[in-house]
Design a protein around this ligand. Structure first.
Ligand SMILES: NC(=O)c1ccc[n+]([C@@H]2O[C@H](COP(=O)([O-])OP(=O)(O)OC[C@H]3O[C@@H](n4cnc5c(N)ncnc54)[C@H](OP(=O)(O)O)[C@@H]3O)[C@@H](O)[C@H]2O)c1
Length: 299
């Protein structure tokens, strides 16, 4: 019997989980070809065959702008497939660990968002992720909903790779500086998830919704400059110097989906309840940048 099923093996968080856990017994990692979450009936069928006790759902429809014109599919993946997993877990008294996002908030709060603040997503992605959270809570299954933000990893598409690619091609770049958040490494998410799971085994009252983000705050413009500084310090040839990155407001950068200005998630609850240390975002970001730069320099 498979004890733990992990979805989204090819994603940023799924890959980090895979790196840590692949050799452990009783854990099965699946990708879209094995269990397509957009099809709840297939999910039910697959889960009945595998019979997991714990599901870690690292799969999601994460293409934020594309979701604006692909709402049905985003909802199938982020709500309906999630409900199928919640129903299974509930039927066996198992546990669902599910990731969610800062984009469930509208970003209008003056300070950091706490877990109980009212959601008001601005985008289809944010709305479908919120609906996914809600169906989990309504299902009554034992669950951990872990909201994270600005995920970065060695594997997969992310802001670091985009900046390094553009930095090699261009001498100037505009980046928005009025969206604030904490870049959070997939390794930190993985390590924290595993620490949470250890505690949950013993104490059920810790179940619920948590913000799982690195500490501190930055904006995309400052983060882009940080990436370029680390890369330049390693000797990566770049056309773009950090001082040539222009800060612009979101209103000057046309994208399909609206993003919250304030993505600051308070992480006190997870620290207080579980004693988990969530370091400053730079501590997680720098090794990821270094690793991606080293990979580029080897090519
Ligand atoms: N990325 C961020 O900045 C960010 C921010 C806040 C919260 N989050 C949340 O954190 C979690 C992990 O995000 P991530 O950055 O690791 O995402 P990601 O890199 O985009 O990976 C998403 C994963 O979901 C899989 N997937 C998508 N549709 C699927 C389907 N129909 N059936 C099965 N698998 C499917 C993808 O498979 P394919 O490779 O086949 O597409 C991929 O493995 C998600 O819940 C996300 O909402 C992410």
């Amino acid at each position: 019997m498979t004890r733990i099923l992990v979805t989204g093996r090819t994603g940023q968080v799924g890959s980090a989980l895979y790196e840590r856990l692949a050799t452990r017994k009783g854990i099965l990692f699946v990708d879209r070809s094995e269990m397509n979450i957009a099809h709840p009936e297939d999910v039910h069928l697959f889960l009945r065959q595998i019979e997991p006790e714990v599901i870690i759902n690292a799969a999601a429809y994460t293409a934020v702008d594309q979701a604006e014109s692909d709402e049905n599919m985003a909802r199938c993946v982020n709500r309906d497939g999630v409900l199928a997993m919640a129903e299974w877990v509930d039927s066996v008294g198992g546990l669902l660990v599910h990731y969610s996002t800062d984009y469930v908030f509208d970003g209008s709060k003056a300070g950091a968002y706490v877990e109980d603040d009212a959601a008001n997503p601005l985008s289809v992605y944010g709305r479908t992720k919120w609906e996914g959270e809600e169906v989990i809570r309504e299902s009554g299954c034992r669950h951990l909903i872990l909201r994270t933000s600005w995920v970065i990893a060695r594997q997969g598409k992310n802001f670091i790779r985009t900046i390094l690619r553009l930095g090699a091609e261009r001498a100037t770049l505009n980046v928005v500086n009025d969206q604030y958040g904490a870049p959070t490494s997939a390794d930190l998410i993985t390590d924290s998830t595993l620490a949470l799971l250890d505690k949950i085994e013993l104490e059920d009252h810790h179940l619920g919704t948590y913000h799982l983000v690195a500490s501190g705050l930055t904006d995309w413009h400052a983060f882009a400059c940080f990436i370029l500084q680390v890369a330049a310090g390693m000797g990566l040839p770049l056309k773009l110097k950090p001082e040539a990155v222009q800060a612009i407001p979101s209103s000057a950068y046309a994208v399909a989906a609206k993003r919250p200005h304030n993505s600051h998630l308070a992480n006190d609850k997870v620290r207080q309840e579980f004693g988990i240390q969530l370091p400053a975002w730079q501590e997680g970001a720098e090794p990821v940048i270094r690793s991606i730069v080293a990979e580029i320099m080897q090519k």
